[in-house]
Ligand binder design. Structure first.
Ligand SMILES: [Mn+2]
Length: 575
């Protein structure tokens, strides 16, 4: 009996101890995590973060600055200097607080301790003091100190005095090394970045624009991807800083980079296949076909290996698509890291002057891009941009040599594997005009925008607005717009191509009395004129009479499009 009582006591005390242990274990392990999270969440800087700093004053927490009526005149005058609201910018603290705009799932991610260090390279030309230094302060305050090697400011021959001595003495006092490098003459973004990159010592180079603001936790997820695979090139989500009020607005993680036939960079919705690949987890990086160009991180040695930038390109423009195509075609990966947010002041007009004129420079750069990387798909660019083929693009032998040396894949591979929803179709039947052979009138997009009617105009045979492609997925598209018949009794309009067929599906059938298109009285042609073509499929399939008919989601409608009986032919116009 006595022994039993003894046992009970021992059992009870040991149980107490077990519970106590478990409690302590849980308590401390939880707390460890908290400490760690706190550490990583906070910037290593002087406390200009979202937690510790008072959130009063103009623009704090990314709030818009609204100027009183009496300042409007002066504000408008100052706006012209940089093409953003300089007056508002000057009212906002250089280390203002910003909201944490990350997805919830991003805030708790933990990164390896041995991330590579980075040099941040910022090119500027006549930048405003406040926007430039707000960029610098946001980098310093929101980057873990041990990951930030240095900041390199490359001055592309600015004329403003405050960007000379005063800038140098200001940045000397900062607690991160900030070097100011000067270009001897106006050289443009591409060459200035190359100079900054050559001077950098970090394992990674992070390029930023000169009017950015980095938010909490922006750097670690970028570096973690490069640590994971050094051939991954990463971009943050680019948030919008209003050029009017400097309000900070979170960018979307549901768009990624593409381009149109004119080789303009454009944002498009992240397609379903990319959501599926990530199993719906929006905190995972998005594979993006192209980058916007202003903000990205790249392993320093890898940047050299894949051929930095095309030094034959001038000033600015096209270099972002060039490096995007090159990364993908030559074995790398390009991602948007959705847990990293950096704001950028988007402007409606450029304050810069370009030696030689913007248009000519961009045409030259884009020709180099098309000639080196795009193979036969360059025809889409040439046919929609009449005149561009006359622009001299210099010598591309070294870039072609680079492509061979790196054994880069063809552009068709890129379209097939990286960008199947591209505006340039991987497979297509025709690229040319759609002509009414009786009236010599052509379908013409009339430079109209999305949601407007497609027009008809005298054929000019110059391409441009009269270029349409009938693609293998049976769309009729002009650039990134598709002919769409979504309205009952309505006109045929141009809508963003959705790749879902439906109202954008155009069938052609050599048998005119096909039962399907009897429902749909829309047809383009009963006579085809087809000349030498880019694509052999075209020749084979389209030498005979060609009728388009629409097949839409609703088979039973009885609509009469506005050019119901238009007779057209497809002809190639590219010289
Ligand atoms: Mn910019």
């Amino acid at each position: 009996m006595k022994r039993f009582a003894y046992c009970k006591v021992v059992l009870a005390t040991s149980l107490v101890w077990v519970f106590l242990d478990m409690f302590l274990l849980l308590y401390f392990s939880e707390c460890n995590k908290c400490e760690e999270k706190k550490e990583r969440g906070l910037p290593a800087g002087d406390g200009a973060d979202t937690v510790q700093r008072p959130h009063e004053g103009p623009g704090e927490m990314g709030k818009p600055v609204v100027l009183p009526k009496e300042d409007q005149e002066k504000m408008k005058e100052m706006f012209k200097i940089n093409q953003f609201n300089l007056m508002a910018s000057e009212m906002i603290a250089l280390n203002r607080s910003l909201p944490d705009v990350r997805l919830e799932g991003c805030k708790t991610k933990v990164y390896l301790d041995n991330l590579p260090t980075t040099s941040v390279v910022i090119v500027f030309h006549n930048e405003a003091w406040t926007t430039l230094l707000r960029t610098v302060h946001s980098v310093i305050n929101r980057s873990p100190r041990h990951l930030l090697q240095e900041i390199i400011l490359v001055d592309d021959a600015s004329e403003r005095d405050f960007l000379k001595r005063p800038l140098e003495s200001y940045v000397k006092k900062l607690k991160v090394p900030v070097h100011v490098i000067r270009m001897e003459q106006r050289s443009g973004l591409i060459r200035a970045r190359l100079k900054g990159a050559a001077a950098s010592k970090g394992q990674v180079i992070t390029f930023l624009d000169a009017h950015c603001e980095c938010t909490v936790g922006w750097l670690e997820p970028l570096l973690a991807r490069i640590r994971h695979d050094r051939r991954t090139v990463v971009c943050p989500i680019i948030d919008v800083i209003s050029d009017d009020t400097f309000e900070y607005m979170a960018g979307s993680d549901m768009t990624y980079g593409g381009f149109n036939w004119k080789l303009n960079f454009r944002w498009y919705p992240v397609p379903q296949r990319e959501m599926d690949r990530r199993r719906g987890d929006r905190t995972l990086p998005v594979r993006t076909p192209t980058m916007a160009g202003g903000l990205f991180s790249i392993d320093r040695d890898y940047f050299q290996e894949i051929g930095t930038y095309d030094a034959g390109m001038d000033i600015w423009g096209g270099e972002n698509l060039e490096i995007s195509f090159r990364i993908w075609q030559c074995g790398g990966t390009l991602e948007i890291v959705t847990c990293s947010h950096v704001g950028h002041v988007f402007r409606k007009a450029t304050p810069y002057t370009f030696p030689g004129g913007t248009g000519q420079i961009i045409n030259k750069n884009n020709r180099r891009l098309a000639e080196v990387w795009m193979d036969e798909f360059k025809n889409f660019f040439y046919i929609i941009s009449p005149g561009v083929t006359k622009v001299d693009y210099g010598d591309i032998a070294t870039r072609i040599g680079l492509r061979h040396k790196l054994q880069c894949k063809p552009f068709s591979w890129y379209l097939e594997n990286v960008y199947p929803d591209s505006q340039i179709p991987r497979h297509y039947y025709s690229l040319g005009e759609i002509r009414n052979v009786e009236t010599n009138q052509c379908l013409d997009n009339m430079a109209r925008k999305e949601n407007e009617k497609v027009g008809i105009f005298n054929c000019h045979g110059m391409g441009g607005n009269q270029v349409f492609s009938y693609t293998a997925s049976k769309e009729i598209r002009t650039d990134d717009l598709c002919l769409d018949v979504s309205k009952l009794n309505g006109p045929v309009i141009m809508l963003k191509c959705h790749h879902l067929r439906g109202n954008q599906l155009w069938e052609y059938d050599q048998v005119i009395s096909s039962p399907v298109h009897a429902l749909c009285k829309f047809y383009f042609s009963n006579q085809l004129e087809l000349q030498a073509l880019v694509n052999p499929i075209m020749k084979q399939n389209m030498q005979n009479s060609l009728n388009f008919f629409c097949r839409t989601a609703e088979h039973s409608w009885n609509f009469v499009p506005f050019y119901n009986t238009l007779k057209v032919a497809l002809a190639r116009t590219l010289a």
